[in-house]
Design a protein around this ligand. Sequence first.
Ligand code: KG4
Ligand code: ZN
Length: 351
Amino acid sequence: MPLVLAIESSCDETAAAVVRDGHLVLSSAVATQIEIHRKFGGVVPELASRNHVVDAVPVVRDALSQAGVRFADVDAVAVTQGPGLVGALLVGLQVAKSLAWAHDKPLVPVHHLSGHLHGVFLHRAGEPRPAGPEYPHVALCVSGGHTAIYHVHAPAPDGRIELVAQTRDDAAGEAFDKVARMLGLGYPGGPVIELQAAGGNPRAHKFSQPRFKDEAPLDFSFSGLKTAVLTVIQNTGRLPEGDALRDLLASFQQAAVDQLVERTRQAARQAGVRHVQMAGGVACNTCLRDTLRGALAADGIELHAPPPRYCTDNAAMIAAAANAAAERLLGAGHRPEDRALNARATWPLAS
Ligand code: KG4
Ligand code: ZN
């Protein structure tokens, strides 16, 4: 039952968490840089790194004090090794390495997307422990940097993960962020678009779905949808407001959701699984959650989705993903040389 302290700094959130046994969240502290990046309409990598430097130690302190534990109580330190912004990753990695070395704890490097796939198992004291998806299952990972479907055959760290589909251009969250920027709605785009779309007509604009006839027909594409929204704006000659804005956003959101839902449903059917999970920031979207749940239920498939606080970047999911490897290191009584551990900016989860 390891107690894991985890650090996550792959993008614009500096996060630390203390998690017991891969599921019980004792604390999950997140310092978000959203306000800093908002005026640029997206994440500025250099600013992200600098702010991780400022926030990392206070966030780790918060996580320990909120959990009511000291370094001595922690069994292992986990950290996101990649993929992500290299400068941002290096800050978290350096802090984690220093802490693990100074306090003589094993260090567990974690893949950011493996982290996202473990958010679904998390709960706080007093909340029921989620059953989580059965293995094998299909996972829709949908965030600002990634959009992919995986066939997850067995649990980490040994379980085989197969890539079923991925985006050929923008990630879904990136499309939400770019459309919001085009319309002057600020960053991040997802939450504001969801809010505005709720009052609009999703059938006001008919946006077509991308089709691939090659060996990966379930692959995603969102850049055409983004361009289609831009074309509507250009044809109108000014930025839409009021009902016109709400209708455009509702139609955009519907097209994005339909693409994600239809392909995930196909992937689940083809894999013959009974359980699907969704993860990543875009998994906060209620329209996506409800539509996917309904579509899968029609096929007798159960959807598992974490609460929004474990969909967006956090360190509790990193601790959960590290748990089995931490148990193994602790049981083995020896540990690999980890002071040379480096950030991996690009790192496929599966191929
Ligand atoms: O997982 P995440 O926190 O960071 C990455 O690893 O990318 O995801 C952030 C992304 C952003 O693109 C944001 O616009 C999107 O998730 N997002 C949403 C919603 N909330 C956040 N997209 C659609 N609807 C939402 N409610
Ligand atoms: Zn993420």
